[in-house]
Structures are given as structure tokens and as C-alpha cells.
Design a protein around this ligand. Sequence first.
Ligand code: DCP
Ligand code: CA
Ligand code: CA
Length: 371
Amino acid sequence: MRKIIHVDMDAFFASVEQRDNPYFRGKPIVVGGRPESRGVVAAASYEARRFGIHSAMPARTAQQLCPGLIFVKPRFEVYREVSEQIRDLFGRYTDLVEPLSLDEAYLDVTTNKKGLPSATLIAREIKAQIREETALTASAGISVNKFLAKIASDMRKPDGLFLIPPQKVEAFIESLAIEKFYGVGKVTAQKMRRLGIENGADLKRFEERELISKFGKAGTYFYNIARGVDNRPVVPNRVRKSVGAERSYARDLSESEEILANLNEIVEILLRRLSKSGTRGRTLTLKVKYGDYSQVTRSRTLTESIENQAQILPVALSLLDSTEVSKRSVRLLGLTVSNLDGEDEESGEGGDEQGLSEGSGSCRQLTLNFS
Ligand code: DCP
Ligand code: CA
Ligand code: CA
């Protein structure tokens, strides 16, 4: 019997914005495009959801539902950094971590690095660590496979924890409404309802052959999950193209001591991530965002792999020297190592992490959307 945890951050983009701007706390806010420019809502704070506002809704509709609604521009680099932080933290428990998107991941903790016997205990610890290290809340679901863990994490949101123990799996699925099944979109749900399938118990009455004839290949998946069977393994991260760390600051940095101290901190985080990922690379890229949000990057490729502080620091400092940090205030600092060992020279371009993690995440979502 496996022990799988699914962790998902609460109102992710919106919570990060409320964390970083006290004025937004306790207020209905949405992150995404603006109503004037036909934007859509990416994330809605829980306060905004009380007005019926949700992701993917046109910003204009959201504004009509809640006239005082605050619209916030997304800061993807901050979300990406939080995402890295939580992945670092998951790695303390198991190497079997499969991110699904920036804000969620499956963890297989059947055997774990802390030798903890209870997956619920681990989930509780992870939630506490996330709160301590990111000042954000997450919800966790615990069960015997990915399908059930994912549904469980949604049961007590926000800041939830929900366990579906092996002996309760059958009853849980039987009473589960068909829309709640992962992979059942609106269209599939309608089709199922026409067949008289309202919940798991109804679904279970169908033969595998019948489901295949009605839903194609997905029929087998539905047949299995109606019985709580989901043998998909937790597949750890794909090969990465770069390893990086960055910090954006609530207050712009202008003193050189401050900038250097913060660069040092980023070097340390980067070194930890490099050693954890077991990769080394030859290109170091510094990213600086100034007080006015304009951004520059500076790169240097070395003849040897970068693996320790003595190699990184002098290069990072000289890259910093080639920017305008002595004249302008700094809002964000970041360092990335790319051109990783075992990779073709040409493909070693840095700064592509977002495409990597988000792209493959949504691919997977798509393949599971059977409707
Ligand atoms: N997102 C987006 N566009 C969407 C859906 C989501 O840009 N249509 C982004 C913003 C979300 C983040 O992805 O904050 C995570 O998506 P989730 O579906 O996990 O939703 P939230 O984290 O916002 O809320 P919840 O607490 O329900 O998980
Ligand atoms: Ca979420
Ligand atoms: Ca999510």
C-alpha cells in the first residue's frame, strides 16, 4: 500500500500578493488582467470568491460582481520563487516529488527520508513548514494513490488536511459526485449524467467494455478509479535546463552593503539547490530588476563547471559590477546556473524555467482532460 500526499497552495497568486502587500489583506482581490483590457482572472482571494468570482472569469464580470474589487498585476517571478521554495522543502521528505504546476505536487512518502510512519504527520509537518518559510497556507490530501490524494486536498480548502484511509476508499468514492472525479470535465460530466451516472456508486455499475465504448480509452481509467484503483506512479521532475534562485524585496535596496549581503544569500540558496539537484553547469546569469521595474540580465560562461562559492562569488560580483546597481535602486536579484553538464552546448540557455515547469504541467492536465 502506497502513501501519497497531494499538496496544493491556497488561492496561490492572490495569497502571495496579500502576503506582500498588507493593504490587500482581508480584501477581495484578483490577480490577472484588467477589465479595461478584456483581461481574465488568474486567481481570486477567498474574500473575492464570496462574490462568486473565480479563475478564468472575465475581469469585467468580476468587477460587476464586486464593485470594490482590487485588480493586481501578476508577478510570475515571485510565484516561481515560492514554487522553488516549496519544492526544496518537499525534497527534505522524499525524492519522489512530481510537480503538477507551480503551486501543487504529488509526493510519494511510502518510504521517506525522515523515517516517519504516518503520512498524515508528514503532511501536517509540511504544511507547518510552508507556513513558516513562505508565510502562506497550503492544503494537503493524503491517500493511497494520486487520484484520491488530489481529491482529498480539495476537501477542506483553505489550510485543509484530509485523509482518505484505505478502509474508507470504497465508501468515499461511492458517494463522490461525478464532477469531482479528476479527469471528468463539464462535457464528460453531462454525458455521464445522461447515462444516469451521478456518483461513484453509479459509475461502478458499468462494465469496462461499456465505458470504453462510451468514453474511449478513458473508459478504462473511469472503470479503475470507480474501484479506487490508480497505479500511476509519482514521477519525479523532468530533466532541468537550469537551476536558479531569486528574491524580490518589499523595499528597494540602495545601499551597496545591503545588495552584497542579499546577493550572498542568493548564492547560498543557489548552491544548496545545485547540490540537491546533483547538477553542475558552466553559465552563470545574474538578473537585476531596478526600482522602476526595468530588468537586465548579465551572463558569463566559464571553462569549468560551477560548484562552489569560490567559483560563483567572484563571477557574480563582476556581473553585478556590469549593471547599474551603484546608481539605481534594486527590487529583485537572481542568479541562475545553466549550460548544465551532460547537455548540448547550444541548448544551454538559461531563464527558461517557467516554460519547463508550467508547460509540462499543463500538458499533463490536458492529457487527463478526457472530455
Ligand atoms: N491560474 C491561472 N489561470 C487559471 C487557473 C489558475 O493563471 N485559469 C493560476 C493562478 C492560481 C494558480 O494558477 O493562483 C493555482 O491555481 P489553482 O487552480 O490551484 O487555484 P488557486 O491556488 O488560486 O486556488 P485554490 O485555493 O482553490 O487552490
Ligand atoms: Ca491552489
Ligand atoms: Ca493548483
